[in-house]
Each structure stands twice: as C-alpha cells, then as structure tokens.
Design a protein around this ligand. Structure first.
Ligand code: DGY
Length: 320
C-alpha cells in the first residue's frame, strides 16, 4: 500500500515531487487561505504523514481522528501548535526544523531592532507620502544601536545568533534563560541576568523564548514597567509570551519607547488592533524564517523527516 502524505500549504514543487516519488501526496493549494480545520481533519483521517504549518492546530481531537498517522513534520522550529504529549502517547513522531532557520530568524529579529531604533518604517512612509519638505537636524531622529545594551530573553541557538550580530555593533550583551548558557558567556561575552535585572538594564529587550506553560504571559505589566522609558521591546519568539494589553498600556504611558513585533497573541492580528495604529510599533506577519533559501531548506528537512519515518527509519529532527 502506498502511504499518504498531506501537506497543509502549497510548498516548493521540487519538494512535493520528491515526496511523490514514494508516496501519495495531497496538498492544500491555496496561497492565501490556511487549510480549514474540517479539511485538515478529513485529510488526517487516512494520512500517514502530515506536513504542517505553525498555524495548524495538531491537538488531541485531530490525533484521535488519524488512526494511521506516523509523523507530523512541522515547518517551524517552534511546535507549540502541537500536543506533543498526546502524539507521544499514540506513538506519533513530531519533528521540527531547528538550526536551518537560526541565522535567518536572527536577521529578522535584529532588523526589527534596527528598524525600531532608527524609525525606518515611519521615515520611509514620510518620504513616500510626500511629507519631506526640508532637511532638519532632528528630522525623524531615533536611538543609537551601537554601544547600547541588548537583553536577550531565551538564549538558545537564535538568541546566540542575535548576540553575534549585537557584538558587531559593540553592544553589551545581557541574557536571561531557564538555564545558564556557559558557551554564550564564554564565546559571546554574554552576561547572565535575572529577568528583572535584564529588563531594567537593557536598551533593547529581544524576546525569543518559546511558548510553554511557564513562559505564557511572562512579560506583563510589571515587567514592562521595569524597562527604561527609552528602551524598545522586540518579540520574534511567540506572541503569547508577552501580554499585549500590558504592552499597549506601557506604550501609551510611555514606559518604553517602542516595539518591533513579528509575533502576536492572535495571528493574523486584526487590522483594527490598537498596536497597529501606534507610530512607534513595527508589526510584521510572523516572517522570522521567511527567506526563499531558508524556507526551501526547511521544506526539504520536513520531507526528509517524513521519508525517514514512513520507511521505518529514525527521524532527523524529532522534538523532545
Ligand atoms: C519558527 O519557526 O518557529 C519561528 O517562528 C521562525 O519564524
């Protein structure tokens, strides 16, 4: 019997064709709309593998309706959209795409930091809207980045890659993590701080923590109040780690200078969301790892994981 793979979004054609040489492959083809829940449930019912996006909920209900499922290959390093415990109980392998997206995601996090500090979006809009009448000394003046202090929350691979970039800007690097990262301390001169200390001392707080029971809502009103009034909050991890209501309040009360956000509590964010009307907020649609090169490598890794598992071999990047 030929095993079935369902891919929940249109991905690279070469990757689809490679899978199709061994398996029956079905793809949700829409460019603009995520695979509806009913369709995912229907397809999962007779699939042996699912290649999912971070926006697909792989929960107990779905797993209960997928009696033949052997693997879910998630096209992301984060896997908070998947009930890993329920999958383990059913012997279903879950894989993600670590390492291959580290630099690309760090580039995006650092871009948000730079764009926020130097008001790039505001300045570009200003020129495009024809508002530029004359040069003036403080026209769209922003904050320096070089020689400032960056505080990285979540010092895993992506955190280290952000720290590397910060070193090029002669920044002081602080970090907070569940456990000490001795390599980052040694190789990147990163200094460990408690969360409160990091928030108080940093000019840029970059949040890269994964979403877990412990990190949900970890940056709330109390934490924003600790930040410097001149500091920027960057989130390129997961939206629910920061409390958006508290962030809005802190920005309105000028407890911090601005925010650069790749991730949100609810994605896609509503176009009427108050954060989107704030000049000092840069919001992008969860594009951390979105470069053509990296996305292709991520897709290939998902396909390799699926091929390995469906042919009785060990997956390459199983989540713990
Ligand atoms: C992921 O892959 O989990 C990140 O959100 C990168 O965009």
């Amino acid at each position: 019997m030929v095993k079935k793979v369902f891919i929940t979004r249109n991905i690279d054609e070469e990757v689809i064709q490679t899978l199709a040489t061994h398996f029956q492959v079905e793809v949700w083809h829409s460019e603009h709309h995520a695979c509806p829940r009913e369709e995912l449930m229907k397809q999962a019912a007779d699939s042996h593998a699912l290649l999912t996006m971070l926006s697909d909920q792989v929960d107990q209900e779905l797993l209960d309706h997928a009696p033949q499922l052997e693997i879910v290959a998630n096209l992301a390093v984060g896997y908070d959209n998947i009930d890993v415990k329920a999958a383990a109980e059913k012997g279903i392998t879950i894989t993600n795409t670590p390492d291959v997206l580290t630099d690309t995601t760090a580039d995006l996090a650092f871009s948000l930091l730079m764009a926020s500090a130097r008001r790039i979006v505001e300045a570009a809009d200003y020129v495009k809207q024809g508002s530029w009448q004359s040069w003036s000394p403080y026209l769209l003046a922003g904050s320096d980045i070089h020689h400032k202090t960056i505080g990285i929350i979540g010092m895993g691979k992506i955190g280290e890659a952000v720290a590397k970039r910060a070193r090029g800007f002669d920044m002081t690097i602080l970090y907070h993590n569940r456990s000490r990262n001795h390599e980052a301390e040694q190789n990147l001169q990163a200094l460990y701080r408690t969360l409160d200390e990091l928030l108080q001392e940093s000019d840029f707080v970059v949040c890269l923590a994964p979403l877990t029971e412990e990190t949900k809502g970890m940056i709330g009103a109390e934490q924003f109040a600790l930040m410097k009034e001149t500091a920027y909050f960057i989130n390129a991890g997961r939206g629910p780690v920061a409390d958006e209501k508290a962030l809005i309040h802190a920005l309105q009360e000028k407890e911090l200078a601005g925010a650069g956000l790749d991730v949100f509590e609810k994605e896609p964010i509503d176009s009427s969301h108050p954060l989107l009307s704030m000049k000092n907020v840069i919001a992008v649609p969860h594009i951390g790892s979105s470069s053509f090169e990296t996305r292709k490598i991520m897709m290939e890794l998902c396909a390799d994981n699926i091929t390995h598992v469906l042919t009785g071999n060990d997956p390459l990047t199983k989540v713990h």
